[in-house]
Design a binder for this molecule. Structure first.
Ligand SMILES: *Cc1c(COP(=O)(O)O)cnc(C)c1O
Length: 483
């Protein structure tokens, strides 16, 4: 880096020059390419103790700028040991957060362009590409046409499924309080519903939206861990009888814990009868609907007011990228729109454009559609279907091995890419097995509790996971699971 090191007092420009950027950019892309090529050889989960990474960093920020190669070197030497390698093909934990070449390059380009897409007028291409690609997604997943921007609905990219459920709840709250919440806020009587298996983001949204955690009803599930519609209807009736105002139901297509599928059509019927907002959370599993044979997971979705899924989980698009669709965009916009003088502009006032700042909590927004557009164009629908099918096939193969084994059992149905299983030897045995597996550094799995019992989860969804990696996991499981 030239100016900073030479004569700091005389320097007038500390910026990285375009030539330097080109050189270091190439070196950084090379580093990433090498990283992805060798990531399978690194221990999947980091094992550093708390504080270890900080202890290797200087106590104070550098007074003088440093040469860029030193920065990359420290990523390698200091940070790498403190990373859990989510891009490792041996990563089977939590849920995938996969990426791909086109997504990484789209992200880089978004940073390079550095535009703010809060209003249509602050970068028309940013808004229009986003609306367009989200309409593509409606077709690609065969979602109800009411989620398209050509009608009363539309899609928007949120940072996360958590933000999506929060925005859905805010719109539901607005609708239930007769659009008067700008005066009254939350009136202390609103109630929301989800299942005992729903993601914690629903409870967080309920807290943020001011309903209060005690106004979130966690409805019982059946033996497949899916929400029971009759229990939902009963609970709504009980709350109404108590003078409360039921307003919102969040159903899940593929729960985080066990990939359970709530019965959307039957829950939707309850919501219609009761005039409740139905949000459907398909965070990871929604991607499966790229393939016609898995679209049954969305049966009844035409009854939903909103739907969200995360390309940043299973669709080869690096975090953050959640696709959030609403059937009635006016409801969402009414809940979130604010127009200060300094944002007034002719395009907005004409009503002919979408201003996405009214569809989300923050004002500013990144050009996230770029990476999604790159991914879709690179793979094509056919390429995406190929890899999703492959992941499901690998998971089913693994589930088959578990089902056939005398030592292990399936703990829940495995409809897509997540297999929940346990050793028949009890909780301690399973806890020890999980620790032993992860200690090998060759695979990484996580756990859940199902029916009160410790359960291992193997989730197939990493971009580069192949048969050999699932086979390796199964071999290690058998080896370390025997006494
Ligand atoms: C992962 C997950 C979430 C949270 O996703 P974020 O995008 O990280 O907020 C929500 N719901 C389900 C079902 C999930 O699996």
């Amino acid at each position: 880096m030239n100016p900073p090191n030479s004569t700091p007092t005389a320097a007038t420009d500390y910026h990285m020059s375009p030539d330097e950027f080109r050189r270091q950019g190439h070196a950084t892309v090379d580093w990433i390419a090498d990283y992805l090529a060798r990531v399978d050889s690194l221990p999947v989960a980091s094992t550093v103790p708390p504080g270890m990474i900080r202890s290797r960093l200087p106590a104070t920020a550098p007074q003088q700028g440093e040469p860029f190669p030193d920065l990359l070197r420290d990523v390698e030497n200091i940070l790498l040991p403190g990373l859990t390698h989510w891009q490792s093909p041996g990563f089977f934990g939590f849920f995938p957060a996969n990426n791909s070449g086109p997504s990484i390059l789209g992200e880089l380009l978004a940073a390079g362009l550095g535009v703010q897409g809060m209003l249509w007028t602050t970068s028309p291409a940013c808004t229009e590409l986003e609306s367009h690609v989200l309409d593509w997604m409606v077709d690609m997943l065969d979602l109800p046409a009411r989620f398209k921007s050509s009608g009363a609905g539309g899609g928007v990219i949120q940072d996360s499924a958590s933000s999506a459920v929060l925005c859905a709840l805010l719109a539901a709250r607005e609708r239930a309080t007769g659009l008067a919440s700008n005066q009254r806020g939350c009136d202390g009587r609103l109630v929301a519903y989800t299942s005992t298996q729903a993601h914690s983001s629903v409870e967080k949204a309920v807290k943020i939206a001011g309903l209060g955690s005690d106004h979130l009803r966690q409805i019982e599930v059946d033996d497949r861990f899916a929400m029971r519609p009759e229990r939902l209807a009963e609970r709504i009736a009980r709350d109404r009888a108590a003078g409360l105002t039921p307003c919102f139901v969040s159903a899940t297509v593929g729960t985080t814990s066990s990939n359970a599928m709530d019965p959307i059509a039957r829950l939707g019927a309850v919501c219609q009868a009761e005039r409740l907002w139905l949000h459907v959370d398909g965070a990871m599993s929604g991607t499966a609907a790229l393939c016609p044979e898995f679209r049954h997971i969305h049966e009844g979705l035409e009854l939903a007011d909103s739907y969200a899924f995360n390309p940043h989980k299973w669709m080869f698009t690096n975090f953050d990228c959640d696709c959030f669709f609403v059937a009635d965009r006016a409801a969402l916009i009414r809940a979130l729109s604010i127009l200060p003088e300094y944002l007034r502009n002719r395009a907005t006032e004409s009503g002919a454009v979408i201003d996405y700042r009214d569809w989300q909590v923050p004002l500013g927004r990144r050009f996230r559609a770029l990476k999604l557009w790159f991914v879709i164009r690179h793979y094509g629908v056919t390429g995406l279907q190929h890899h999703i099918r492959r992941h499901v096939e690998l998971a089913r193969q693994f589930a088959g091995w578990i089902a056939e084994s005398s030592d292990f059992e399936l703990a829940a149905p495995a409809p897509l890419n997540l297999v929940c299983f346990r050793h028949r030897g009890g909780d301690d045995r399973n806890r020890a097995l999980l620790e032993a597996l992860n200690r090998t550094g060759r695979v990484f799995l996580t756990h859940t509790i199902l029916d009160g019992r410790f359960t291992l989860r193997l989730c197939v969804g990493q971009t580069r996971t192949e048969f050999e990696h699932v086979d390796r996991a199964w071999r290690l499981i058998r080896e370390l699971g025997s006494p």
